[in-house]
Design a protein around this ligand. Structure first.
Ligand SMILES: Nc1ncnc2c1ncn2[C@@H]1O[C@H](COP(=O)(O)OP(=O)(O)O)[C@@H](O)[C@H]1O
Ligand SMILES: [Mg+2]
Length: 459
């Protein structure tokens, strides 16, 4: 588990000069940037303490590359806060640390309460960081070995610790590092079934919906990654990643989906390509503008979303997906739908009933508990495939395990939070063993057919 603490300096100085309303607006903007950046990297925003933000990566779901995600998020947070005209005066001090923590779920809000040494150390590093710097603890640096560049080693005294801790400033992310990727095993019939669905959708222009259901760690995401990797380069794959705190940020997953659909980078404007998509589909300027405003309202301020009519939002999203799938083959993936809020689930149910003849495959991945909430999920639809994924057979698993050296341990917590039933990392080259590492933010918003990032636990 990796903890990121980010505090803003400059807000006190600003406080002396500015109107409290202005400061609130600037900090509000800072929090919303932080919330977005953390979500885009698959982390969980824990709490705002004063002006500070605490985010955790690896709980409730370990991705295996959580330290990488945390550092990539810290860099992006700093970059976006500096680039945003509203927050550009703020200076961040960030501390990052990896280690064991105690996580308890609060019954009321479903939030996690994270405590432990790793959290205290991250906070301490944050206090020691120079203005604008990201100070990283030793374990995090070891976990991301080679993927980031750091400054010189520094010693940081921490209360209660006899020896000072080793820390270093994060300088940049190194591109193109290759990491070992465990080979994909078995699942031939599941893949064949998905291939067939895609053939029908693309060949016969009949939109298809596939629901893949299985407990955490069974291999839902990996199966879809493999499926996506086999598609032609003309197929666009866009993912809406639902988050464990879904109820608080209803439509946040749609931002990633939209970037994937429009193939825009994380910092590019969405409005221009969005308008173009509607105009290319034959809508007039006025209509296109109206649709852009409705879709835009689901991406930004929640209050704005609440003012909008739900049916209007749902219809605009369905239209957008149909419009895009009319021109090019499209795969829309709804990841971890069990975490979606009820409203987002309603929206997904709405957009997955496609009325047109489009080259469209929609895939919804969820744990079985989704059916407890929505027993009728998927039922009664045309062109609907339900796939209950079984764990890989023990033969398949042991044949793979025997071709790989034993997994290195990441400590008790990682074992508790990684629910995968697979050996997690091949420590000697297995073919096909390598893929280019892409942080989640890159994969969500990247080029067509870019499958999901490897979720290999890396330690
Ligand atoms: N068929 C497979 N072959 C090899 N590794 C797999 C396979 N399916 C899943 N894994 C690995 O197991 C872990 C959990 O899989 P994942 O797809 O994230 O599960 P889920 O999405 O169901 O929670 C990942 O590290 C993934 O790469
Ligand atoms: Mg998954």
């Amino acid at each position: 588990m990796t903890v990121v603490f980010a505090d803003v300096t400059g807000s006190t100085a600003m406080g002396e000069r500015s109107d409290p309303e202005d400061i609130r607006a600037v900090l509000g903007r800072y929090y919303s940037i932080a919330r977005e950046v953390v979500a885009e990297h698959g982390g969980t925003l824990e709490k705002f303490i004063g002006d500070a933000v605490m985010a955790v990566f690896g709980i409730p779901l370990a991705h295996g590359d959580d330290a990488d995600r945390a550092l990539a998020a810290a860099l992006m947070l700093r970059e976006r806060v500096t680039a945003d005209p509203q927050t550009t005066a703020l200076r961040l001090r960030i501390g990052v640390n990896t280690g064991e923590v105690v996580a308890a779920r609060e019954t009321a809000g479903g939030d996690f309460l994270i405590t432990g040494d790793a959290v205290n150390i991250a906070a301490r590093l944050q206090q020691h960081a120079e203005e604008g710097a990201i100070l990283v603890g030793e374990r995090t640096r070891r976990a991301v070995a080679g993927a980031f560049r750091f400054g010189d080693d520094q010693r940081v005294a921490v209360k209660g610790k006899a020896a000072p801790l080793s820390a270093a400033a994060l300088l940049e992310q190194l591109q193109g590092r290759r990491v070992q990727r465990a080979p994909f095993l078995g699942r031939a019939t599941d893949l064949a079934q998905l291939d067939l669905v895609a053939r029908r959708a693309f060949g016969e222009r009949r939109p298809q919906l596939v629901a893949i259901s299985a407990p955490a760690g069974t291999g839902k995401s990996r199966l879809v990654e493999e499926f996506a990797a086999r598609l032609g380069s003309d197929v666009v794959v866009a993912t809406a990643q639902c988050l464990p705190y879904g109820a608080a940020v209803t439509f946040l997953p749609l931002r990633g989906l939209l970037r994937g659909l429009l193939r825009t980078g994380a910092d590019e404007s969405l409005v221009v390509p969005l308008r173009k998509a509607f105009i290319t589909a034959g809508h007039n300027e006025e209509d296109a503008q109206r649709l852009c405003t409705i879709i835009g309202a689901t991406l930004g301020d929640t209050r704005e979303t609440e003012r909008r009519d739900r049916d209007e939002i749902f219809a605009a999203w369905r239209l957008l997906i149909e419009v895009l799938a009319a021109h090019e083959p499209l795969v829309v993936v709804f990841e971890d739908l069990h975490w979606a809020s009820d409203t987002l689930l309603d929206l997904v149910e709405h957009v997955t009933v496609s009325r047109t003849s489009a080259q469209l495959v929609m895939i919804a991945l969820a744990r079985p508990e989704l059916l407890d909430r929505r027993p009728t999920w998927g039922g009664g639809r045309r062109n609907f495939t339900s796939l209950a994924l079984e764990p890989l057979s023990s033969d398949t698993r042991s044949s793979w395990a025997s071709s790989c050296a034993p997994t290195r341990s990441t400590g008790a917590l990682a074992r508790r939070t990684t629910t995968s039933s697979y050996p997690t990392r091949c420590t000697r080259p297995c073919s096909p063993a390598s893929t280019v590492f892409q942080p989640r933010s890159a994969r969500c918003w990247s080029t067509p057919r870019s499958p999901a990032a490897p979720h290999e636990p890396r330690q």
